[in-house]
Design a protein around this ligand. Structure first.
Ligand SMILES: Cc1cc2nc3c(=O)[nH]c(=O)nc-3n(C[C@H](O)[C@H](O)[C@H](O)COP(=O)(O)OP(=O)(O)OC[C@H]3O[C@@H](n4cnc5c(N)ncnc54)[C@H](O)[C@@H]3O)c2cc1C
Length: 434
């Protein structure tokens, strides 16, 4: 058995000394926060879809493993269903969850601080609160960060005026308020990045949900989507739905028609495309290009792409042993950057970690993902896939899953909207138990 402990900031020398001492001596030492015999110590960075899942399942699979979740916030507001807050039929409260079940039921320790640096070779994580946590295995699930400046003029300060709302919470509220303040007959402009980015169908569901709100409240308004790509997820289904429900309210401009935005003038509320065309709008929602959350990049876990390469069967980093990266931050082959994918990866990473701790072999994993999107409150569409690991990495299993039919009856669209509700309730119940 190993001896587990978490430390206040101590020097490398004093740590090395402490690591060789007994549990009793550690309890007596002034910098020791906690001392307890455990089989192994797992630290999880990030309490979102991937991290909270991994933290829970490591404990489910082996109660003798100590799990510490490092997450600065007391609650987590999900991006899934945040588009419905914009539409006006869900609240931020509904999509906000806490960590009480994870700590009280599953025995996960929640340290409310941010991870500041990772010493992958030395197996420790330094926190913003000054503490240092030692780990045997580390899970990193920090989600995405934005590539500020990739669209000229769009930085953190600009996001306070022109929301991205690509992390849910205050940004969602800001965009909603701007939509409420917009006059009838105004234009909402959405700027959408190239792949890869968080939630491939998300921008198009957002356009649908903004249209849903505008149709009921400001029906003379228009939505213009300027896109840095030529195709998008569930495209035919979205476009059929837009036409049927919103007429010509939504216009989508692909890359080939000069859809890529390269610059924004925040004060003038005007964007400039790659070929110099200018578009002005009353409300702009700019979703910037993205890369892995900062801690993954500064921790040396990302490749030049800005995303983190992993072993597809375990989600262990290919750059650092005993460090697993899951969720949006990693490169997961054919899997999209979705909450469901992060959840699926979190379970596999947890199983791989517990198997390694117990010297058990890992069976070949399969992964799943379903992405529901609403085109209106009662009009749902979906894409589902099962994935397995091949020599080419993670690939979709042919014939498994599928996309909603193009010619489905309204009753089918209604049922899919109900399934979306069910998906959200069961997923968040599973992860945060609330
Ligand atoms: C509008 C929108 C709609 C979406 N809809 C869906 C949907 O319907 N279905 C679906 O499956 N997915 C959906 N997604 C995608 C989904 O939100 C993400 O794929 C998912 O959140 C990724 O999980 P993650 O664990 O990688 O990151 P997150 O869930 O974002 O969690 C990251 C966590 O890490 C924490 N963190 C970051 N840095 C640190 C640090 N240094 N130290 C400690 N903690 C840190 C953050 O505080 C955060 O809590 C949607 C996304 C958007 C934007």
């Amino acid at each position: 058995m190993k001896i587990g402990f978490a430390m206040k900031t101590i020097s490398r020398r004093s740590f090395a000394k402490a690591a060789g001492t007994t549990a009793a001596a550690l309890v007596a030492a002034p910098y020791v926060v906690h001392a307890q015999a455990v089989k192994a110590r797992v630290v999880v960075i990030g309490g979102g879809f991937g991290g909270a899942t991994a933290a829970k399942y490591v404990r489910q699979f082996d109660r003798e493993v100590e799990v510490t979740l490092v997450e600065p916030s007391a609650t987590f507001t999900t991006c899934p269903f945040s588009n419905y807050v914009l539409a006006g039929f869900k609240t931020l409260k509904y999509i906000t969850h806490d960590y009480k079940a994870l700590t009280a039921v599953h025995g996960v320790k929640h340290v409310q601080s941010a991870a500041q640096s990772i010493d992958a070779a030395g197996k420790s994580v330094r926190l913003a609160n000054g503490d240092t946590l030692r780990f045997d295995k580390l899970v990193v699930s920090p989600g995405i960060d934005f590539r500020w400046g990739a669209v000229k003029g769009y930085d953190e300060a600009a996001a306070e005026k022109i929301p991205h709302a690509w992390r849910a919470g205050p940004q969602t509220e800001l965009l909603r308020k701007q939509l409420e303040a917009m006059p009838d007959g105004g234009t909402v402009l959405m700027v959408v990045p190239a792949n890869p980015f968080r939630c491939p169908p998300g921008p198009y569901e957002r356009a649908s949900m903004i249209a849903f709100y505008l149709k009921a409240n400001k029906p003379k308004s228009k939505i213009l989507i300027l896109d840095a790509k030529d195709m998008f997820s569930k495209q035919g289904l979205f476009q059929d739905g837009w036409k049927a429900l919103y007429g010509d309210m939504i216009t989508w401009v692909p890359l080939k028609d000069d859809g890529k935005v390269v610059e924004i003038d925040v004060n003038a509320k005007e964007v400039t495309t790659e070929f110099g065309k200018k578009h002005k709008a009353d409300v702009i929602n700019l979703i910037p290009p993205q890369w892995a959350g900062a801690i993954a990049r500064t921790g040396g876990l990302a490749s030049d792409s800005g995303w983190c390469p992993v072993n597809p069967t375990s989600f262990e980093s290919t750059l650092h042993k005993d460090v697993h990266i899951i969720g949006d931050a990693c490169i997961a082959g054919a899997m999209p950057k979705s909450g469901f994918a992060a959840n699926s990866q979190g379970k596999v990473a947890a199983m791989s970690i517990v198997n390694a701790i117990n010297n058990r072999p890992m069976a070949p994993p399969t992964y799943v993902n379903t992405c529901y999107s609403l085109v209106s409150r009662e009009y749902g569409i979906s894409v589902a896939d099962v994935y397995r690991v091949t020599d080419q990495g993670i690939v979709a299993v042919q014939g498994a899953g599928g996309v909603s039919p193009r010619d489905a009856a309204p009753s089918v669209r209604f049922q899919e909207a109900q399934y979306a509700e069910g998906w959200y309730a069961s997923m968040t119940q599973e992860i945060w138990g609330s």
